[in-house]
Design a protein around this ligand. Sequence first.
Ligand code: SAM
Length: 482
Amino acid sequence: MAKYDPKSLKAEEFINDEEIRATLAYAEENKNNVELIDRILEKARPVKQGNGCVCAGLTHREAAVLLACEIPEKIERMYEIAEEIKLAFYGNRIVIFAPLYLSNYCVNGCVYCPYHLKNKHIARKKLTQEEVRAEVTALQDMGHKRLAIEAGEDPVNNPIEYIIDCINTIYSVHHKNGDIRRVNVNIAATTVENYRKLKEAGIGTYILFQETYHKESYETLHPTGPKHDYAYHTEAMDRAMEGGIDDVGLGVLFGLEMYKYEFAGLLMHAEHLEAVHGVGPHTISVPRVKRADDIDPGMFDNGIDDETFIKIAACIRLAVPYTGMIISTRESAEVRAKMLRVGISQVSGASRTSVGGYTEEERPHDTEQFDVSDQRTLDEVVSWLMDSGHIPSFCTACYRAGRTGDRFMSLCKSGQILNCCHPNALMTLAEYLEDYASPETKEKGYRMIEKELEKIPREKTREIARKNLEAIRSSNSRDFRF
Ligand code: SAM
């Protein structure tokens, strides 16, 4: 039987079934152990250090105890600390992005995904480079600066050369004052050589959802195609890092398996990356299975309610304080608002999950990957974020200044975030307001910028930020950053 070893490069050793089961048993035994729970909560709290803050994070066992705990006042405390951590490292900034679906050709048999090979009634489509340009122009016209590209797995229709061509095309489009400054990539597990090619093409984060950490379920849920190979999929992030990509994004598709099992697996994966590569995941996504063509989420018996979902997010926030957390438009505005409080730092906005969806007037459904719950426009999302005190940020500075991997974590810990990320968020918001916002959003946005500028501690930085904001307002000068 495989033995647990976070430093191992073998999937079954770093995501070890026996260790997960022992963790769940320990959590169950201790879910009412108030003394232990208080100690874990205390450990999770941010502590002042110099000008900044540090957080110890939690082990998968400690975090599992919190997730198992059902004592209402302790859960409330988890939410409070999650919010404290979020404010310490991410402030009130929320980064905005959009997915761009390149192709829904797929040779896999994933039973929860409408792109599965046997689905004969979904229209198959792959964007030409001309169509990529049109989609990117439409996305720029909304105000997007950051994309996550998505594609099915198909070595004939979507080989790595096609993905690289698309990335080059995306970066080459400069429509009016628009440009896409960061392309994150969500494609199937691949080889070190292909990851190197993605790195050379200038990608931001490589995102790959594990779907489920439970090996047997994984094999049943992916009955055919290359994705069937659990070890190859689970070890993908190690290959990505070997290929030079140091920002990787993890995720579980909640609803497929028991959430407590997934939660422990997810944190063990993060611990493994830290142990082997010295840097944890850049982001964690928390998608839930949605209705889609040929897919009824009711087919899976592990659906979770909103309360549990929010508790999972808060516990992730406590366990991996420096990792960004992403929520997509799979979730309603209501759920997204609650998730923002407990730790989410990135949201998608005005997403279309169909291939070629952004150039269509009406939301098309024929090639859609899943039903989008939050169907608001980007302007509505921006305005809504500001109404709840969040700064919508289109910032891509860290990655472009080479602050990836552990260099991003160092910035988090240094206390320089308010002199760096905060003005960057305000300047990119101003770009949005000038170039794309409705008059009401623009007015609201500038009121927010004025107020938020005062939070920049260093006077010199504040002055430069003011000057840059003035330039954005009075000319076509764009893309300032600290
Ligand atoms: N094809 C790539 C792969 O296999 O990893 C990645 C792209 S896929 C378009 C992105 C993600 O969508 C998948 O990893 C899966 O978690 C999610 N997804 C698939 N079907 C879904 C559904 N019915 N509801 C919600 N999310 C779904």
